[in-house]
Design a protein around this ligand. Sequence first.
Ligand code: NIG
Ligand code: FE
Length: 401
Amino acid sequence: MSPERARGSTLITGIGLLCTEAEIGDIEDAAIVLEGDRIAWVGRAQDAPVADGRVDVEGRCVIPGFVDSHAHLVFAGERSEEFAARMAGERYSAGGIASTVTATRGATDDQLRHNVASLVRELHGNGCTTVEIKTGYGLTVADEQRAAEIAAEFTPEATFLGAHVVPTEFAEDPAGYVDLVTGPMLEACAPHSRWIDVFCDRGAFDADQARAIISAGQAKGLAVRLHANQLQHGPGVQVAVEVGAASADHCTYLDDADIDALANSETVATLLPGAEFSTRSPYPDARRLLDAGVRVALATDCNPGTSFTTSMPLCIALAVREMHMTPREALTAATTGGAAALRRDDVGRVEVGARGDLLVLDAPNPIFLAYRPGVDVIRQVWRNGSLLMEKGRRDGCGNER
Ligand code: NIG
Ligand code: FE
């Protein structure tokens, strides 16, 4: 099923089931025409127009590329021992961030760039065709600025997270650190960022500090997303709704008032089951959120501390198995949900005019993403209208075919 031509328009046909995640719904025996970086046509294969090139996906299922709206990729080092200690019973604490801060400050620009590039490659291979990238492991003006610059080299969805934790050198003067974040650090990072984020939780920033940081960011034209209610019940979700954040992320510990507030807002609840998996925390109650009418997204939270995964299919499987989402709800959360969390309507769906981001699955339907946990069912990744990756298949003798 290799493409006959790389340029001009491409007809992708032989789609057994197309899950558009758009108003047109699912289409059997479907086809798509890609032109430039966009989707130019979607419909039944029998009605498809002629195109310059043709790819037959031989009855496979096609879904939109995943939108990973929460990832911390600009860092150095790793924390596998911390993970092992947690599996042996230790509790996660925000304090672990400090060791990644030390490693990140000690890394060269090229090392950081190389690390981000390899994680972005992994995310692409796992079907994430849109990726948000946060700063937050520099925590000095210069280190946050270079993190923001590197993030912006890889995505328009770069997020300034200078308010990740108070770094050790400010342990006695947290107010001084908030002044630094809202002053010179924001000044240096805002030109490279679309978003501002605050870790509003135990061991990080309280509601008033979060409000001050958010309003400084908004004054610089940044839109807001928030780490909220990850480690305990706290004010994070309420602050997110109050300031009109695009997303409240984690939402592990919620009460009825939080769920009501989310349901009556435009704020998406972004759930990050990789973090609960890797910290042995309780999973968020996705069923309750969905039943209350809250818009839900799924994201990887890829970071070296709480969720060192780039696998959206793993997050989907966890959402289905552990958070009682249906396979279809999980697919929606990983596509249009992520797009809503980034306030994007050009990604996460297959419709005319949307970006040509598609996943061809080695499966007849998207249930296989959760039904075959740990198995790579993504056969092809199309991004910006071009084939980005194709997984080789081996026959019984170990030969690629
Ligand atoms: O989303 N919660 C804050 N930030 C990350 C963890 C960061 C770390 O432990 O390095 C998260 O889980
Ligand atoms: Fe995070």
